[in-house]
Design a protein around this ligand. Structure first.
Ligand code: SAM
Ligand code: SF4
Length: 329
């Protein structure tokens, strides 16, 4: 098992398939993009599947989420998903995507055994989308969402980040639209993980503010806390249910105490936290001929060192040098 010194056990593996992306969301990366990792440094599909297999068969991983950068950019995605869903014990396999290209790929991904998708959509307005993501692709995302639902990748979840001066007036309309479409919306507080280090505490729209805005239009009642488990989202029944909305207060309502996540970057580094400043290099060990047993031991040691919390409120907090798109959000 992947146990840390505070007794937490990591069972949920987030794998970044690439650091590249076809959008430039303001809270994530600069308009001109970033220096992408050289291809030779990216794990190959076989290397990804080998590490995921070690995680599932030897280390107690029960959930695998493919993310990025933009995972749909990776041509071998359906193959990687099929090989993951064939593992035993079968993990839950999901995808976090910006939805561009999902209209074309949702059927193949469902056939490969993908269980669920989270699609990021921050606005209902194509112009606001263009301002926020620096690309005119709103319609593609909306079509991708519809295709995911059609392909049976339900419940379809929508992730939204609110930014002051961009889309912070859209909490209520976004929820209303998601309810109409049958999607489950989750708001995520903006975290200090953008490549350009533009995050400020004052600029962040907090979980309290989001709930206040939603409460002007909807009756929100906290969902059964037992149903939350280690999930980061606090969930609320909307107008008595059964529809729900989630709020992930990563900064102001941290859930580090029940965190069950571990991350693998696109270049094969284990990170025990989004905000970790240290990584453990499985790729080089693997390419130097390490056995599955040796890789599992390195992975266990990396998780054992996990800190108690992200420490954003601590004066000594340092933003990790890698941005969210390289870590895998
Ligand atoms: N490209 C895919 C997407 O956008 O869904 C997957 C990668 S993205 C890094 C994963 C999630 O992280 C998205 O829902 C995105 O909105 C969120 N995200 C990115 N930067 C963030 C930040 N600084 N604070 C909070 N959430 C962020
Ligand atoms: Fe790309 Fe996702 Fe980052 Fe937006 S949040 S720039 S879609 S990786």
């Amino acid at each position: 098992m992947l146990r840390d010194s505070f007794g937490r056990v990591a069972t949920d593996l987030r794998v970044s398939l690439t650091d590249k992306c076809n959008l430039r969301c303001t809270y994530c990366m600069p308009p001109e993009g970033l220096d992408w990792l050289p291809n030779a440094q990216l794990l190959t599909a076989d290397e990804i599947v080998r590490l995921v297999t070690i995680g599932v068969e030897r280390l107690g991983i029960t959930e695998v989420r493919y993310t990025g950068g933009e995972p749909l950019i990776r041509r071998e995605l359906a193959d990687i998903v099929a090989r993951t869903t064939a593992l035993r014990p079968k993990p839950q396999v999901s995808l976090t995507t910006n939805g561009i290209g999902l209209a074309r790929l949702a059927g193949a991904l469902a056939e490969a055994g993908l269980d669920r998708v989270n699609v990021s959509l921050d606005t209902l307005d194509p112009d606001t989308f263009k301002r926020l993501a620096h690309r005119d692709r709103h319609a593609d995302v909306v079509a991708g969402l519809a295709a995911a639902a059609e392909a049976g990748l339900r419940p379809v979840k929508v992730n939204a980040v609110l930014m002051r001066g961009f889309n912070d007036h859209e909490a209520v309309p976004l929820l209303r639209w998601c309810l109409d479409q049958g999607y489950e919306l989750r708001f995520i507080e903006q975290m200090p993980l953008d490549a350009q280090h533009g995050w400020t505490r004052e600029g962040m729209v907090t979980a309290d503010e989001i709930l206040e805005r939603l409460s002007t239009a909807f009756d929100l009642t906290p969902d059964d806390p037992k149903a939350r488990g280690s999930a980061p989202a606090e969930r609320f029944l909307v107008d008595g249910g059964p529809a729900r909305v989630g709020v992930i207060g990563s900064v102001t309502r941290p859930f580090c105490g029940s965190c069950d996540r571990v991350r693998l970057t696109a270049d094969g580094q284990v990170r025990n936290c989004l905000f970790a400043t240290e990584e453990s290099d499985l790729k080089t060990a693997m390419r130097d001929g390490a056995s599955d047993e040796e890789l599992a031991e390195r992975w266990k040691a990396a998780v054992a060192r996990k800190r108690a919390g992200h420490g954003i409120d601590d004066p000594s907090f340092l933003q990790p040098s890698r941005p969210m798109s390289a870590i895998g959000g």
